[in-house]
Design a protein around this ligand. Structure first.
Ligand code: S3P
Length: 450
């Protein structure tokens, strides 16, 4: 079970400009979103699911522990190799204790979707970051199925959920572009008679739809007349265990990728990176900024498109990143902002309201941190504006990571390019999604001190 960070000693480190360019080929850690879903679907299927390349980050380990507490057999067989003995849809049993999901919003929201249509009561909590995040966005649609929630003020964790005994199928229009909310509703619909639909005005990551199909559920995705998609799941299918290989996480790849762009003379290849079109907004944005990134060896692994990415360092220019792109790169804005701070000219990242409700308020964390490093940055409404000079900012600051792994990694990467090192106050949060971040970047030639 992940510890609450507040109970452990802080670990401060700094990213430092390396004497030589970054070079080499590395395999990127597995996709966090797909890892959560593989465990969850495995637990709901009938039979044994073998997972290869599961991400062994704290977030995913929290999901594994939760599913075990709910009665599924979840066992580690070796490096990234996990075996899940499913209980069958509707077969989860009441957990004997509180379920602690650590730092993971995905674990919390998707699991609440599953629990909403299981006839049991569970008590769910998380770390200080997760306990501050909005859960009403899932509580509201899940209550319509007939689930009952008792929460802290404002719909915050800890909460108690009692799943509906006779769930009622729903048609739900997403008020925010969120794959977590979409997935929670689809997963609730899975154990509900009839068809449950989600209308998503903007496409968000579609891993839930893909993995449901992989386990034998019927999912239809149709264009909606008002734009976006109508996603429908046919309830109460016979879910069958299915082996699954998890591809590399484009959101983790983003950090060594931008590091390679920013350290002069670098050439790095990142192997096996997921390039699902619902996740490639960062690649599109960096291409507009003049980045040299080649997609090599495109193929399909585990039902997802992947490629090796070859990155060459070079000068970047500012760009205007439209709000429609946000769902396809929602986790990549912190690292894009670091690239923007080293680019020449103005980068405007538009429509970032959702960044305020991530593991931290990322809009504030990025703006405050970049300003402390000497960059020219402002927030106007929901837009983040960075004015770069074409050279990295001075650096030399210590950044508060706010229990946010992506804030921690983004500023460490900036420190590889700045004159003075950039320190973070607590590196342990990186283990949520990328436990080997520091050693992996070191194999490429990056330097970290502290
Ligand atoms: C995720 C969806 C996104 C993303 C998160 C993972 C998922 O959250 O930020 O890291 O696995 O579905 P939202 O759905 O809240 O945008």
């Amino acid at each position: 079970m992940p510890d609450d960070h507040a109970n452990r000693a802080a670990l401060s480190i700094a990213g430092t400009r390396p004497p030589k360019p970054l070079a080499g080929t590395v395999r990127i850690p597995s996709d966090k979103s797909i890892s959560h879903r593989a465990l969850m679907l495995g637990a709901l299927a009938v039979g044994r699911t073998e997972i290869d390349g599961l991400l062994e980050g704290e977030d995913v380990l929290a999901t594994a522990a939760a599913l075990r507490a709910l009665g599924a057999g979840v066992e580690r067989r070796g490096d990234g190799r996990w075996r899940v003995d499913g209980v069958g849809l509707g077969g989860l049993s009441e957990p004997a204790d509180l379920i602690d999901l650590g730092n993971s919003g995905t674990a919390a929201r998707l699991l609440l979707g599953i629990l909403a249509t299981h006839d049991l009561t569970a008590f769910v909590t998380g770390d200080a970051s997760l306990r501050s995040r909005p859960m009403n966005r899932v509580i509201s649609p899940l209550s319509r199925f007939g689930a009952h929630f008792t929460t802290r003020d404002g719909g915050k964790l800890p909460l108690a959920v009692t799943g509906a005994r006779d769930p009622v199928p729903q048609i739900y229009r997403l008020p925010v572009p969120s794959a977590q909310v979409k997935s929670a509703v689809l997963l609730a619909g899975l154990n509900t008679p009839g068809e449950t639909s989600v209308i998503e005005p903007q496409q968000t990551r579609d891993h839930t739809e893909r993995i449901l199909g992989h386990f034998g559920a019927t999912v239809r995705v149709e264009p909606h007349p008002d734009g976006g998609n109508l996603v429908t799941v046919v309830g109460q299918p016979e879910l069958e265990a299915a082996p699954i290989t998890v591809p590399g996480d484009p959101s983790s790849a983003a950090f060594p990728l931008v590091a390679a762009l920013l350290v002069p003379g670098s050439e790095v290849t990142l192997a096996g990176v997921g390039i699902n079109p619902s996740r490639t907004g960062l690649l599109a944005s960096l291409a507009e900024m003049g980045a040299d990134i080649a997609r090599l060896n495109e193929r399909v692994e585990g039902g997802e498109p992947v490629a090796d990415l070859r990155i060459r360092a070079g000068a970047l220019v500012g760009a205007d990143i439209p709000p429609e792109r946000a769902p396809t790169m929602i986790d990549e804005y912190p690292i894009l902002a670091m690239a923007a701070a080293c680019a020449r000219g103005r980068t405007i990242m538009r429509g970032l309201a959702e960044l305020r409700v991530k593991e931290s308020d990322r809009l504030a964390a990025v703006a405050t941190g970049l300003a402390a490093c000497g960059a020219k940055v402002s927030v106007e409404g929901d837009d983040l504006i960075v004015d770069g000079t074409g050279r990295p900012p001075e650096g030399g600051a210590t950044i508060a990571t706010r229990l946010d792994h992506r804030i921690a990694m983004a500023f460490l990467v900036l420190g590889l390019a700045t004159n003075a090192p950039v320190a973070i106050d607590d590196a342990r949060t990186i283990a949520s999604s990328f436990p080997d971040f520091v050693p992996l970047l070191r194999t490429l030639g990056a330097e970290f001190t502290g």
